[in-house]
Write a protein that binds this ligand. Structure first.
Ligand SMILES: [Mg+2]
Length: 463
């Protein structure tokens, strides 16, 4: 492990909810919950004001509504989040060629590889400057963790939240890690956490005390070995750019071609489960599901689907693989099948993004899904006017949907740099009201120089 705290982990604070508050002046300082609003919806992000009521990520939306009935409930605007994410990732890439994104709002950066830092002092300065740059460019806050390993850098950014910076001095890692819950370590998801709890292991210290042999017995060789090293704060994993090229996959060749479509489906499910086991053993999760089919005539084809966030849920991988299989003609027989997961990340996010969108299962896995135009036929008002999405009115200008139903849509007219705006209600088919694109969060005021200090900033090039 390196001797200087030059691995940086950035995590934007309550990212989706913060973007919404920056966009909508009337929601600043208020409880905001972003997620799927349908019956199976879950919370993607809750603002800090909503967390006070006990609302958190991955919670079923119905439960969130019971806890915080007066919060604003909004449908995610992924295209906007992605454009802001690109601005943030651009700032990180200016620091180092080794940037490893974990999700839209989270990444590791190897500061040493980019020459941006070499010791404690320079690392702290680089982290502080990054936070200031992010605020100037996006108007949002991000928390920074600095340490000598990825695991500790991530723990540090968690401790820094919100809007802070924490640096873990090399040599203090084990003392810091010891009392923390096992779930803090990479590769310990809910299932592994439960398993360890049943064995009486709750903290990292208890994990280290259990010993390597016991952990291997409980969790298998690869996982047990890896986790024991992490418990001792040994984490040599490098920051890796271009994660997308890595994958975990399994395949089977059949002695006799399979003709029966039902049997093909069963095999794909079995392979998906095996693939997820491998993924979990490595403490990984992934975003892209790949299906490989070699047919009777040796023609081989691959199909893939990219989810909105990484998963290691067997049900999600199984369903994606089954959907991919639907698009493949197997009538002549199949001699090989494979299932893989790529776009790997170290931390599972419970497939939050995919569930949060609350869209029908068939367009769920596609990146483009949310950009698809609304169907022409009769659409319920909730679908055509999702809560939180942008509108433009011929007279009142730019605003957003506050709610809809019973043939009416209520919009609030305000922009990122206006005062909190006023609410108006229209018929859902009012021709003066149209869906609109999001506005940039930070706009340069006329006469201001590019890059002028706080309050100025660079224009957000979101479209
Ligand atoms: Mg975050």
């Amino acid at each position: 492990m390196r001797s200087a705290p030059t691995i940086l982990h950035l995590d934007m604070d309550a990212f989706f909810a913060s973007v919404e508050q920056a966009s909508k002046p009337s929601l600043r300082g208020k409880a905001v919950v972003v997620g799927g609003l349908g019956p199976r919806g879950v919370v993607a992000t809750a603002s800090y004001e909503a967390r006070v009521f006990g609302v958190h990520s991955a919670m079923p939306m119905a439960q969130a509504r019971r806890r915080a009935p007066n919060a604003a409930y909004l449908v995610p605007r992924f295209a906007l989040y992605r454009s802001i994410s690109e601005q943030v990732m651009g700032l990180l890439r200016a620091l180092s060629p080794l940037v490893e994104p974990l999700s839209l709002d989270e990444a590791f950066v190897d500061l040493e590889a980019g020459g941006a830092a070499w010791d404690e002092r320079s690392a702290r300065l680089a982290g502080a400057k990054l936070r200031a740059d992010i605020r100037a460019v996006t108007g949002l806050t991000g928390s920074v963790g600095l340490a000598a390993s990825k695991m500790l850098a991530k723990i540090a950014s968690e401790q820094a939240k919100p809007d802070g910076l924490v640096l873990i001095e090399p040599g203090t890692e084990r003392a810091l890690l010891g009392p923390l819950p096992v779930r803090t370590l990479p590769g310990v998801g809910p299932a592994t956490g439960d398993h360890l709890r049943r064995a009486g292991i709750h903290t990292v210290d208890e994990l280290a005390e259990a010993g390597e042999d016991e952990l291997v017995r409980l969790l298998g060789k690869a996982h047990g070995h890896a986790l024991f090293a992490m418990a001792l704060a040994r984490d040599e994993r490098p920051v890796v750019a271009e994660r997308e090229t890595k994958s975990v996959s399994v395949e089977d060749t059949y002695d006799v071609d399979i003709h029966d479509r039902v049997r093909v489906g069963t095999e794909v499910r079995r392979l998906a489960d095996r693939c997820v086991r491998r993924l979990r053993e490595a403490g990984l999760s992934g975003r892209t599901i790949v299906l490989k089919v070699r047919r009777y005539d040796f023609s081989t084809l691959t199909r893939s689907e990219t989810l909105r966030g990484p998963t290691d849920d067997p049900a999600v991988v199984r369903e994606a693989a089954a959907r991919l299989l639907d698009s493949v003609d197997t009538t002549g027989g199949v001699r090989l099948l494979g299932v893989g997961v790529s776009g790997l990340a170290d931390y599972t996010q419970e497939d939050l993004f995919a569930q949060a969108a609350g869209v029908p299962a068939d367009d769920l896995p596609h990146e483009e899904a949310e950009a698809a135009p609304a169907p022409e036929q009769e659409t319920p008002a909730e679908r055509r006017w999702p809560a939180g999405h942008d509108v433009r009115h011929a007279v009142y200008g730019h605003g957003w949907v506050q709610g809809s139903g019973l043939g009416r849509v209520t919009a609030r007219f305000e922009t990122p740099d206006s005062e909190p705006g006023r609410v108006k209600t229209f018929r859902v088919d009012d021709p003066a009201l149209q869906p609109a694109d999001p506005l940039p969060l930070v706009s340069r005021r006329p006469g201001e120089d590019e890059g002028a200090g706080a309050g100025g900033g660079t224009r957000a090039e979101s479209r």
